[in-house]
Design a protein around this ligand. Structure first.
Ligand SMILES: [Ca+2]
Length: 468
């Protein structure tokens, strides 16, 4: 009798083990982040830029055409993305303040992965890192977020001494500066980011992982191996054409600097664009190495791969360069998802935000214990059906002013057709752009009576979106 009972117990155990092993393993996440990359990619229709690896990721996933960051500056954007909170909740508006000072007990996205049994690691820049100043350090990292963190440092740091700087009065991290390096990919910081990430994939392939690969290019200084510069003939690269009267017409608050093109001449602008594109293709090659490694390790099928940039980048439009503005090219970012249960080769035109990553991963990976106050929304319905109904707009904000004279904020709301922006709650002006008739945002329709109804609608949309 006793032995029969034991046998029964044994069978029950066997059944349990079989059940457990039959449970589908939680999907892994490889989160690929880049710094200061706009949408100048082949897959987004750019006529010159070569990005074959990001393009092939898009071909097997969902590409968002209207994805926006919350604050087009490294630390505010990245902090918002990793905490799932709007910048007004984290109060991180600059490159100095750490969110643990303001929301000390927040559970970051990476922490939630850990709490759910995932291995969470980063290589390179995920939270803010002075680029290039803090390469090789932890930067403004958040230690509790990671099981492992790796800070590669490449030959590009040494090459800063020999680069060409067209704006020597600006800090190197905000300069138009470049260098076509003789050193191979593997010796550059981003080459090392790829190699170190691949090592982590190899070492941790048998457990659920959230591995974040944080590339530094195409952020300036635009240092990349020479072979990538050779892909872009200078005579094919055009500088942005200044539009007569635009300088006088733009709201002073709307421009990041009144120093048009930083005073750099047209040839210098074209050389900067060439170097920016070279940096994109160099970074893209490193992305390809990660995708190849997933294939080689048999991980592609069960790994959600995301490609993202912390914000966009202006290359001379509106006389402006880089970020910190609420124009489309600064607020917009590439965003691509590929992996299990995600539609293949689809494009979504819905307005989505970087802070949607957190609830999306929590949803796709079945993570429990996600904070109740996440401001984003799971993109799962759009990853299944990219044209699904969706009514959430995207909100981007930017601070202006300084400590001496006071700061003020600009808030911008984007739906599928319009962008509406209020500077200092409208005291320093409002803007309305209609991308259907004016894709280069050259006409501010905010005071056009024909658009009065739209302004009213967008104003409401902004007020409701800012609050969550
Ligand atoms: Ca950045």
């Amino acid at each position: 009798m006793q032995s029969r009972k034991l046998f029964g117990l044994f069978l029950a155990c066997l059944f349990c083990v079989a059940q457990l092993s039959a449970q589908p393993r939680k999907p892994n996440v490889l989160f690929i982040s880049t710094d200061d990359l706009n949408n100048d990619l082949g897959t987004y229709g750019h006529p010159l830029v070569k990005s074959p690896n990001i393009d092939r990721l898009a071909k097997r996933g969902v590409k968002f055409d209207r994805a926006y960051n919350q604050f087009p500056l490294c630390s505010p954007s990245r902090t918002s993305m990793m905490t799932g909170l709007r910048p007004d909740a984290t109060q991180v508006y600059d490159l100095q303040k750490h969110f643990r000072e303001t929301v000390p007990n927040v559970v970051t996205m990476a922490q939630l992965f850990q709490k759910n049994g995932y291995f969470a690691a980063r290589v390179g820049k995920i939270y803010h890192y002075g680029n290039p100043g803090q390469i090789g350090t932890n930067g403004l990292d958040d230690e509790p977020s990671w099981n492992v963190r790796i800070n590669p440092r490449g030959v590009d740091k040494d090459e800063e001494a020999v680069l060409t700087n067209l704006t020597p009065k600006r800090g190197l991290g905000a300069s138009l500066s470049f260098y076509a390096s003789p050193a191979p990919d593997e010796q550059h910081t981003d080459g090392k980011v790829a190699l170190e990430t691949i090592k982590l994939l190899e070492q941790n392939k048998d457990k659920p992982f959230f591995i974040a690969a944080g590339f530094y290019r195409p952020h300036c200084p635009y240092i990349a191996p020479k072979k990538y510069f050779d892909l872009y003939s200078l005579d094919k690269i055009k500088a942005a054409q200044d539009v007569p009267g635009e300088r006088e017409r733009l709201l002073p608050a709307a421009v990041q600097t009144p120093d048009w093109h930083f005073g750099v001449d047209e040839l210098g602008q074209r050389k900067s664009i060439q170097a920016y594109y070279a940096s994109i293709t160099f970074m893209d090659t490193q992305v390809g190495k990660l995708l190849d490694a997933l294939d080689r390790l048999g991980l592609t099928e069960n790994t959600i791969v995301v490609f993202w940039s912390d914000h966009g980048y202006l290359l001379g439009q509106h006389g402006q360069w880089m970020k910190q503005s609420l124009f489309e090219a600064s607020a917009r970012t590439p965003m691509i998802f590929a992996g299990p249960k995600i539609a293949k080769g689809k494009v979504s035109g819905r307005t989505v935000e970087a802070l949607d990553f957190y609830p999306t991963f929590a949803d796709l990976c079945g993570l429990s214990g996600a904070p109740a106050n996440l401001a984003g929304k799971s993109l799962r319905p759009l990853l299944k059906n990219p044209n699904a109904k969706w009514d959430k707009p995207a909100i981007t904000q930017q601070r202006r002013g300084n400590a001496q004279n006071g700061f003020f904020m600009g808030y911008s709301v984007r739906n599928e057709r319009y962008r509406y922006t209020e500077w200092d709650e409208g005291r320093k002006g409002v803007e309305l752009y209609d991308y259907q008739v004016d894709p280069k945002e050259l006409t501010n329709f905010a005071n056009d009576p024909k658009y009065a109804k739209i302004v009213g609608q967008m104003k409401k949309l902004l007020a409701s979106g800012r609050g969550n």
